[in-house]
Design a binder for this molecule. Structure first.
Ligand code: TPP
Ligand code: MG
Length: 569
């Protein structure tokens, strides 16, 4: 709970301001130029003060879940802290999914919530919810501000907590009377220097010795590599020891997909190459990941021949899911750099050369010629149409895995998705947030027909903000990922997975958004080009093959080595 900063500042500004003003002032000082929010009773003073703060651009969302996902997309695309604001009670409860998503995926967010006035707290007042109690397990930290003097320091501390170490969301709950009281404003604090956390030299030596003795090393790169912006260090180490690099879902982009050592994604829907290489590896260096179950498959059969080195900023991750021989608690960039300086250049053509051999294998299925719009063809077409610098935001489901497998991104940090929480409805709002953070870049959201319908109302936000996001709905008429599991693992009993959709072209029209329906292969390229050229938001309703499955798949409870490959058509 709240650890409050209670220092009467000696250099406080003589002018007294309302707590509400101090909130925006602190946000301006913290560099929050874009804030996603929604007003209500318990934050009326905040919104009353907002017009006096020209340094903050406030984005009015359509649902507070959208505000949290937008702050998340903004943070992932820019590397800065995302900020969202909501009122007490229903406003705060609506933030929960977005905060949980950011927490699971280590995304820095500061959420500001209004709270009922302090004399009313604990009386089940109108729109009172125990927000701190609610978000305890899905935030790094949360604060209740009980004195107006604490407003600015608490917000600054929240930013510091959100972005330092392993990043994550932080919530600041501010009662209405605190927003109305006045206090002296404080000068802008100087930005604390972020020192990357260095690694323990002995652990590094042990890790280097293991890698030096390895015949078949593999590096697994997780989100931590991207968060540390350690793409360069990763490539240097991988090339130096000639080790294949596999990534987690959130590690996609840590290494360019066309690099000779890039082995693709690991785990449940990972590539056969990635899973086989991890299965055969004798030493694994895992950097910036938590080895979650979608990555490891059946733990007892994970990387059965490998001794594991695990480097992560978060000490609680080491040894949590897989037995680790060497644990290094440090920033990914520091670890990768330090290991590269300790190791000699090595070449192991038989091992790393397996990758090239795997790539040369002929395509497994000829079905692409028979089906009008096979999903991976659609993903590849989106990739080919989009600019090199484009951001891709995937929702959750089959389309997410097709995007992960077939976008084959070469630029770092262009793939945004809800990994740990797997929150359907993420893509459109996160894409809007990413677009506001990266106004000069193209942003493509790739969603399913199920997930799209969870947050499609945020088209209203895209229109009001004039964010030209391109939403490609891979429409299969199903909650496809669940249908796939029902087909493969529940005896084919289809239960509550066929789902209807509105006419997305008409729906887009109602929002004054360009809507395009694609039913034929020959319509796809021109439709994507038109979407790209259009200056406003676009909705593409792409009628993909209805019952396509994601391959390979590791059956639930199975070992990665037992992955099922695409059946030969
Ligand atoms: C909020 C939420 N509810 C339920 C789920 C469970 N779930 C995972 S994938 C999926 C189906 C997604 O369907 P759709 O958006 O159409 O994508 P598709 O798999 O068809 O590509 C469901 C229901 C989830 N991940 N998130
Ligand atoms: Mg679907």
């Amino acid at each position: 709970m709240a650890t409050l900063v209670r220092s009467a500042s000696p250099q406080a500004d003589a002018v007294e301001r309302r707590g509400a003003d101090l909130v925006w002032r602190a946000l301006e000082h913290a560099g929050a130029s874009v804030v996603f929010g929604y007003p209500g009773g318990a934050c009326l003073p905040l919104y009353d003060a907002l017009p006096d703060h020209a340094g903050v651009h406030h984005v009015l969302v359509r649902h507070e879940q959208g505000a949290a996902h937008m702050a998340d997309g903004y943070a992932r695309a820019t590397g800065r802290v995302g900020v969202c604001v909501a009122t007490s009670g229903p406003g705060a409860t609506n933030l929960v999914t977005g905060l949980a998503c950011a927490y699971m995926d280590s995304v820095p967010i500061v959420a500001i919530t209004g709270q009922v006035s302090t004399p009313m707290m604990g009386r089940d007042a109108f729109q009172e919810t125990d927000v701190l109690g609610m978000v305890g397990s899905i935030t790094k930290h949360s604060y209740l501000v009980e004195r107006v003097e604490d407003v600015e320091p608490t917000i600054h501390q929240a930013f510091e907590v959100a972005r330092s170490g392993r990043p994550g969301p932080v919530l600041v709950d501010i009662p209405k009377d605190i927003q109305l009281r006045t206090a002296a404003a404080r000068p802008k604090p100087s930005a604390p220097a972020a020192a990357p956390r260095g690694a323990d030299a002995r652990e590094l030596d042990r890790a280097a010795a293991l890698l030096a003795g390895a015949q078949r090393p593999v590096i697994i790169a997780g989100h931590g590599v991207r968060l540390a912006r350690a793409h360069g260090e990763l490539r240097v180490l991988a090339e130096r020891i000639d080790a294949p690099v596999v990534t987690t879902l959130l590690g996609i982009g840590a290494i360019a997909a066309d690099h000779r050592l890039a082995a693709g994604m690991l785990g449940m829907h990972g590539s056969a190459e990635a899973n086989r290489m991890v299965n055969d590896a004798d030493v694994i260096l895992g950097v910036g990941l938590r080895f979650d179950d979608r990555v490891t498959g059946k733990i007892s059969a994970f990387a059965p021949r490998a001794r594991i080195i695990h480097a992560d900023l978060d000490p609680t991750q080491i040894g949590k899911n897989v037995p680790t021989e060497v644990g290094i608690i440090a920033d990914a960039g520091a670890v990768l750099f330090a290991l590269a300086t300790r190791l000699d250049a090595t070449s192991r053509p038989e091992w790393s050369g397996r990758l090239a051999a795997g790539r040369a294998r002929p395509r497994l299925a000829a079905y692409e010629d028979r089906v009008e719009l096979p999903p991976r063809l659609v993903v590849r077409a989106i990739r080919e149409t989009a600019s090199d610098d484009a951001y891709f935001v995937a929702d959750v489901g089959q389309h997410q895995m097709w995007a992960a497998q077939h976008l084959r991104l070469t630029q770092p940090d262009r793939f945004l998705t809800s990994g740990g929480l797997g929150a359907m409805g993420y893509a459109l709002p996160a894409a809007i947030g990413a677009q506001l953070g990266r106004p000069a870049s193209e942003v493509w959201a790739i969603a399913g027909d199920g997930g799209a319908q969870m947050t499609i109302h945020e088209l209203g936000t895209a229109v009001q903000e004039q964010t030209p996001v391109k939403l490609a709905i891979l429409n299969n008429g199903y909650l496809g990922m669940v249908r796939q599991w029902q087909q493969l693992f529940h005896g084919g009993r289809i239960s509550q997975t066929p789902i209807s959709s509105p006419d997305y072209v008409k729906l887009a029209g109602a929002y004054d958004v360009l809507g395009i329906c694609v039913e034929l292969r020959r319509e796809l390229g021109p439709a994507l080009e038109r979407a790209k050229a259009h200056r406003g938001p676009v909705v593409l309703d792409i009628r993909i093959e209805r019952e396509a499955n994601v391959w390979p798949i590791v059956p639930p409870g199975g070992a990665n080595a037992d992955l099922i490959e695409e059946p030969l058509a």
